[in-house]
Design a protein around this ligand. Sequence first.
Ligand code: 3EB
Length: 345
Amino acid sequence: MGNSAPIDRSAFPAASSNSLRITLTPAVPATPPDSNLLLAFHFGRGAAGAETPGVVNTGIDPILQDDLHECWWYEGPVEHRQVGNARIAECGDFAVVIMQVADAGPADFRAVTCGLYEELLDAVGVTAHRNIVRFWNYFSDINLGEGDDEKYRQFSIGRAEAFEGRGLIDEAVPAATAIGSVRDCDFTVIALASKHEFHNVENPRQVSAYRYPRNYGPRSPKFSRAGCVRVDDQQLLLISGTAAIIGHESMHAGDVRLQCEETLNNLRKLSEAVAEVGSVDADAVLDGGSVARVYLRHAADVDDVRRRVEEFLGGRPESVAYLNAHICRRELQIEIDAATLVGPA
Ligand code: 3EB
């Protein structure tokens, strides 16, 4: 199966400015003028839009609505195709590769993860976009299994093995999120790649995840804390899943409000670090131009964190998704990730 016919690159002229736009709405909205859907994250159980190319059901549910769609729009042509199990959306500046496979238990998850990532990396390789800038990982029962047998740790091993096999070194790993669904769902990994250079960024307050000590598992989680991609005069800032971790240790176990504060402290520090690399105004990195996701282990905690998060992000509540999900360390109750577009209005 699969259609790997060569595609005509001239069909994807690079847009001159503001090529990307991100919206967060209950349903997939009408396509904005001159734009095409590159990727839509569906949070929730509704079936609407499921057949639209580029729409991916994450298996994660919103807390305040039934359904949410975070849509990434590209100003210019987008081509959708399938290569093996990989769904590919490609445009002049980016490629998205979506992999969804059947869930597996902790004992099989290392091999399933390694196989999925190998196929995904190979699929990225058939596009014109070799620099992977972001991964999103969603799967159920992330905390199932004890010690090194835990599904998340097995996932980390499989991912590390695939990266190793395909020559993706620690210093080049993209930003990422790895989050657990609270219900059964497919194992879903989404990659965003670009032909433009990716500048990854670490958080001076945190040990790089790929250098975590052995006590968090036999293979470290391979991701960077953040990164940015410049497309002409527009910058895309990608903030990885961020939690209440200082150094490599989880803070404030059992207190979601303090964990929220600590997570925002990390995001503030990370924003400054991204600004240094990206030459953008530090205030612009996480603000009203950001689309953020707040993952909460306990849905009822939303009231304790909502006002604080919105204040931090500059008071645009319509751009924040509150999602019920399991975080990869059991003592963590909140994790936040974000994408921000900075460019001329
Ligand atoms: C952490 O900082 C929290 O394994 O891809 C955040 C983002 C976390 C990505 C991943 C894990 C991952 O270690 C967990």
